[in-house]
Write a protein that binds this ligand. Sequence first.
Ligand code: KIV
Ligand code: NA
Length: 279
Amino acid sequence: MAKKTINDFAKMIENGEKITYLTAYDYLTAKMVEKAGIDMILVGDSLGMVCLGYDTTFPVTMDDMVRHCQAVRRGAPNTFIVGDMPYMSYQKSDEDAVANAGRLVKEALVDAIKLEGGGEAIASRIRAIQQAGILVMGHIGLTPQLMGQIGGYKAQGRSASAAMKIVHEAKAVEQAGAFSILIEGVPAVVGKAITERAGVPILGIGGGSYTHGQLLIYADMVGMYDNFTPKFVKKYANVGEVLTAAFKQYREDVIKGEFPDDAEHTYKMSEEATKEFLL
Ligand code: KIV
Ligand code: NA
């Protein structure tokens, strides 16, 4: 299937079709996500937790993002890929933001970048990156890079005034030139209000069922990342258990001498060569 474009996403929304969106961080996973027919892949800075073992996304670097975006691109050549901007790659200045967004496009061939926040400075960054010809996805609501200021990793917009603030942020991000907005960790009614007012695709993770599409972190939904599971995750498989069981079985087979089976898993040598060799 051909890679989807922003025109395809607009058409899907027009036809009432949902957009499907999953994270991936490496070649193997990207290949499977593409094979499954998912419309869009996010190479999230959540790779800090999922792949690198950090407790937060803060330590993730631009080099980390470039490396993982490249791997995902190789695994999913026909999928729309969004590369996440890590902490401090866009906060300092518009110039910095454009240069770093440009790296993800130039070095990893992503189709779009994503950055967090809905304030004045972020609107300026979105405008600058957009003017450099790069598609920008906004990200509001529960924004992990603003963890301290939003009071930890928890749902946002649960009071009327907090909900109204997020609705306004969505408009500001859209007006700054974002081609799409991701909303994370807000009540369904807030997701609905934003989606109804939007002129661009609204994607949700923990934002209820009314958004134009849904995102999940793949390692959460297949049961691989078990340090912490947010309320909005549905578990579709227990891959972590499957892998652990396979590793355990392998270990036991080796210890017992049941693997390898020389008739099945070992290279052959002709009888003649064997005789000569063993002489
Ligand atoms: O990094 C990420 O995976 C994200 C999603 C959780 C929204 O930004
Ligand atoms: Na992220």
